[in-house]
Design a protein around this ligand. Sequence first.
Ligand code: RIB
Length: 314
Amino acid sequence: MSERNTHGPVLIIGSSNIDFVMEMSRLPRVGETMTDAHFIQTYGGKGANQAVAAAKAGYNAQFVTCVGDDIFAASMLESWSDVGLDISHVIRESGVWSGTALVMIGEAGNNYLSVAPGANYRLDERYFPALRELVECAGIVVLQCEIPKETIAAVLKFADSSGTPVLWNFAPARMRFADDELRLARFLVANATEAAYLSDMEEVGLHNVASAAATIAGIGIESVIVTLGHEGVYVYRDGAGEHTGPFKVKAVDTTAAGDTFCGALAVATVDEMPLDDAVRFASAAAALSVTRLGAQPSCPTRDEIDSFLAANGS
Ligand code: RIB
């Protein structure tokens, strides 16, 4: 095993998608056709959004994902290089499309999202030896839930045996993991829907987030962070929870707000900010992201985050 590298890169292992986005006055009802949409094509995927957010937040960020051999793949890779992301470990698979997402954005930035995983599900056991090496040298590993479950479980084990902290964004919440796997996350980030899934509660909101976070932490997870959108963030750690209010901004598109939060939180953590400050830094990044359209184009730079914090009382 190689030496633990506390100043190693932020290593994001996860999905990448081509996002086809329709922005409209409101979301359609079932069977209804909306005819006022504005179309943009951007690059997304929870893993890629978090990787871009980390690189733009000013830290050495390494990204591992599988892309396909479609006409978008080369330009997607170029867009990641352009923001300074280390893409030397990105895998190109043939005979498959890169992950693809259809995103509909309606009133107040709310969205509908449908994802075809494509090449994302090719990140399988063939790559475990390479993943193990990267995990051993990383300062922190960032995971989501848009790649095969077996790969997530393997990365958690590699991180555990090398002592590399893991920030796990449990999104989307569609896979069941054993408690023994869940507790390998040092930081578990979930939105209200994901927190409900993990705590077996019907729904989670500001009124019961304390109980949901305590239940999830009870699995044995060091820090549980529940993002509540325009209602702020709830952090549970060392047997105590704290709610932080949101930054007030005008939301245009909430897609990837959670991803921006996670990428920035990972950077703040390897930068050794105390958790409260790290969460505030990440919340500022997410607040900026919702004021702009698209996933990766909306991630703010370090200067933008610092100026926003300075202008908003930090
Ligand atoms: O979290 C937002 C992302 O989810 C989008 O970019 C889309 O690609 C899906 O993965």
